[in-house]
Structure formats: structure tokens, C-alpha cells
Design a protein around this ligand. Sequence first.
Ligand SMILES: [Fe+2]
Length: 262
Amino acid sequence: MNAIIVSDLHIGSRYFQSGMFERFLEELPADHGLIMNGDIIDAPHGQMAKSDQSVLDRIEKISHQRQMVWIRGNHENGYVPQNFGQVVFKRQYSIGNRLLITHGDDFDDIMPRSRLFIKAFKLMHNLRVKLGGKPMHVAEYAKKWKSFYRVLRNHVALNAVKCAAENGYRAVTCGHTHYPEEVAFNGIRYINTGAWTEFPAYYLHITPDAMTLKQVDPSFVMQRAQSAHSDQMDSALPSRKASHCPANAGPDLSKIAPGEPR
Ligand SMILES: [Fe+2]
């Protein structure tokens, strides 16, 4: 099968790159499915700017033309939209045994134990923006604390790989950390597709023969949508207790291409 995987759009956040994503949708090859790997909406019950609602309408519309999967992340867990085109909602997904696709919050048990720190961090970030600092998503801001962020990224990556290994997958892709990267542990690939709340954005391109992390064409970048958006703080941080391995959670793993080669 051919597919494109993206994560952490955070539609509704003031930092969502709506113009870039709309252009990206326009350029999707007709024979590719689209898998949206969590945190697609920033706040499911929050107010949505017109430009963001139009992106959601577009997703719904093209779901009638191509296979589309929406994997729930920590920002939308429990969100069940009614009559949302042909979009299939899942908690995790897989492509044969080539690739486990899951948002990654289940692999993060650092943040749930750091609530006080997170609260202080958000306040600091808010204050910084109010004082005229460059507006940026809180996850982008958190990357300035390099050591802390590296610990979080490695923690998620190692748990993801462990889960993939336990369940017979050769690779695993996540979002959640908002940090695009590809590494391998013990022969298992971990690919993170980053976030659409900052530049550049990334996607994972799946073909029958290859899985390639790619940067979105820089010419797709349009001016950031700003004032119409909710100024609500959002975050890459999980709202649920981590369970390390969603693939062990039950038979929710759908095989969209059981005949795929290893
Ligand atoms: Fe996120």
C-alpha cells in the first residue's frame, strides 16, 4: 500500500500551519491513504477558527476519496465526532508487521509524574509570550531545555521500540514529542513525524518497498494564521496514565495490508 503519515497537527491551536497543511492535502497523490497519528485537533470541544474548520471540512470531504485513518492522541482521546465522512478512528494502527502506528503518549510516563513542573513551565511560557517573546508552541519552547527534552524523547522512543519488539513489528512511528527524528534500537526503527505547529513539518511516506521520513516542501509554507485562533495553551503533554504498550491493550490493531511484505 501507499500511505502518508502525519502527526500533531493541533488544528485549532494558534500555531497550526493551516495554509501549509491545506496545500499538502491538495498535493497528496491520488493512490495514497492518509494516516493522521494523533493530536490532530488541539481541543476537541474548543472554539475553532474559520480557517481551521475549513481544514476539518476538507479532511471530511477527501475521506470519501481515499482511505483516511485518525489515530487518537492525548489531546483528543475520547473524542468521538459524529458523521465525520469515511474517516476511521483508531487508538493505534499497523501496516502488516512492517510498522506500528501509535501517537506515543502511552509510552510517556515522565510527564504524568511531573504535573507541578508542567504547570510552572506553562506559566513561564505564557508570561514570556505576554512580555513580547516570539510566539511559539509550548513544545517548541520546551526544546530549549535540551537535556530535559532529550530525556523525554529517548524515553518515548525506547518504550515504543520495546513495544514494537514485543509485538513483532519491524518499525514504529509516533508523534507526541513534536521532534521529528529517526533512530534504530536493536534493529527496530523508530520514526517520529514531529508536529505541524512549527517549521519545517515532516511526514512519513510509505510505499510497498520503503518508509521514508520527508520534510514538507518549503514552498507550501504560508503565513501563520494568528489572531482568529484560541490563545489557549496547548501541549505535547499527556493527559492520561502511560501504559507503555498499547499494542498489548487488546485487538484494536487493524491490519490494513496483511499481505504486505516484511
Ligand atoms: Fe502534540
